[in-house]
Design a protein around this ligand. Structure first.
Ligand code: 4AD
Ligand code: MG
Length: 431
């Protein structure tokens, strides 16, 4: 038996006989020559069989091969500049590991429900593989960005009694006779850790029982949330634009092949560098009204409003200092206009909408307690959070970036359901 080699590394074995292990993408015959394209996760390689040069069993086996059968393919590595990956395998033998009769996903158009029902297999297709690789690179870029800046990663709980983003959209869990929830945000815990370590971030799955069926909403999504002691809202926004620019640059640099598979117009991402435009909420409302949008001061922005505000920009746009009623209880009152809070939403261009929500946190104990009461939140569950204002309160800010929305924007795909390996949505928990 020859050595097992990753397809990506065939270049180190030119002229040698090696074995690749993978799945059959396509087969075709041309008289007494046959071709099998094999994929192993590191790359794809075309294997060539010449009837006269392989054992009869191998030639026969080839005739029965189906899309997505798993195989061991042994042959000698040849340089071929025209081949994907630059190499071809001249086959000596072929072994079937697992057959694949009637593979459900065929090279034709399938409806989205069919594809989502077969998500466990759909992941094998080229565009889905490209998306997952971009997601992986974005997640690694997130960790690298914070590591380079000496943030400490904090893993915050998924089961919690403290509601982070308001009562609507909570998944309740029976927690030994007590009521608990799946977390909507790790932020409140990250705030506690910021008083211990200064610069921290959490990164994990978060849950919202969103009844909305939109292309921007999942019920389970991944959010990264930095929290920084002594940063005010302006510092917070500078961190956000540096962060987004770093992530986009990394994707452009290291996911060129994947973005090409996805036919992403990367020119639309080239100018994502600081500074990003900053628009006050009040000005945004005026701009929307001038364009005929039916929106009054006080309301949160809807998706069509966000699309219009970000249109025509070649980088994301900050909308800052929203009315208190439109935002979460923990945001700090804006001293310049106490009807508003010190916060920002970062809107991606091209209709992708809000990818970040951030704010300076209310650091005044009494004001925060009044907000908790006014929102009708269970005060006893927030005693620990109020303690952060009783014992050495401090200016601090942070934000949350939704990974799936960010990846949708970078890959240029219309819907975030393809941005996570196994999406959870209204009416979907299978597979
Ligand atoms: O604006 P949000 O609700 O902010 C927070 O949760 C804060 N605690 C963050 C913080 O300050 N630490 O959510 C942040 C981001 C949104 O901008 C969006 O990208 C994403 O999370 N997001 C969703 N993504 C997919 N599906 C959903 N249902 C989402 N809800 C929010
Ligand atoms: Mg938000």
């Amino acid at each position: 038996m020859s050595t097992f080699v990753d397809i990506k590394r065939l270049g180190q074995h030119v002229g040698a006989s090696v074995t690749v292990r993978g799945w059959v993408q396509t087969t075709r015959t041309h008289g007494k020559v046959a071709f099998v394209v094999v994929r192993d996760g590191t790359g794809i390689v075309q294997c060539v069989l010449v009837q006269k040069q392989v054992p009869a069993e191998t030639w026969e086996l080839f005739q029965t091969l189906m899309q997505e059968a798993s195989v061991l393919a042994t042959g000698s590595v040849r340089v071929d500049a025209r081949a994907p990956g630059g190499h071809e395998l001249t086959l000596e033998s072929l072994t079937l590991v697992g057959s694949s009769a009637e593979y459900p996903i065929q090279p034709k158009e399938h409806g989205i429900d069919f594809l989502l029902d077969h998500r466990h297999l759909w992941l094998r297709s080229s565009q889905q593989r490209a998306i997952l690789r971009v997601r992986h690179e974005v997640e690694q870029a997130i960790h690298d960005f914070f590591y380079q800046r000496e943030f400490v990663r904090i893993d915050t709980p998924i089961l919690t009694g403290a509601i982070g983003e308001g009562g609507a959209g909570l998944f309740e869990v029976d927690y030994f006779d007590e009521r608990a929830y799946l977390t909507q945000t790790g932020q409140l815990y990250a705030e506690a850790a910021a008083a211990a370590l200064g610069k921290v971030y959490c990164f994990g799955p978060t849950f919202r029982a969103e009844k909305s069926k939109t292309r921007r909403h999942l019920t389970e999504f991944w959010m990264v949330e930095p929290e920084v002691a002594w940063n005010d809202s302006a510092d917070n926004m500078r961190l956000q634009e540096d962060f987004i620019s770093y992530i986009v640059e990394r994707a452009l640099e290291r996911c060129r092949d994947e973005l090409a598979v996805l036919e992403r117009d990367t020119a639309a991402l080239q100018n994502v560098t600081p500074p990003f435009p900053r628009i006050e909420y009040t000005d945004a409302i005026r701009m929307l009204q001038e364009r005929g949008h039916e929106i009054e001061w006080g309301a949160d922005l809807g998706a069509p409003d966000e699309t219009v505000l970000a249109a025509g920009h070649d980088r994301p746009v900050f909308i800052m200092n929203y009315p208190r009623e439109a935002k979460a209880f923990y945001m700090k009152e804006n001293p310049a206009d106490p009807r508003t809070v010190l916060c920002d939403d970062l809107l991606a261009p091209e209709g992708y909408g809000e990818i970040i929500g951030g704010s300076q946190r209310e650091d005044d104990h009494d004001k925060l307690q009044r907000r908790i009461r006014a929102e009708g939140l269970p005060e006893a569950s927030y005693e620990w959070y109020l303690d952060l204002r009783r014992y050495g309160t401090f200016t601090h800010s942070g934000f949350g970036l939704g990974v799936e929305r960010t990846v949708a924007w970078i890959t240029g795909r219309p819907h975030i359901r393809e941005m996570i390996p196994f999406p959870r949505m209204l009416n979907r928990i299978y597979p």
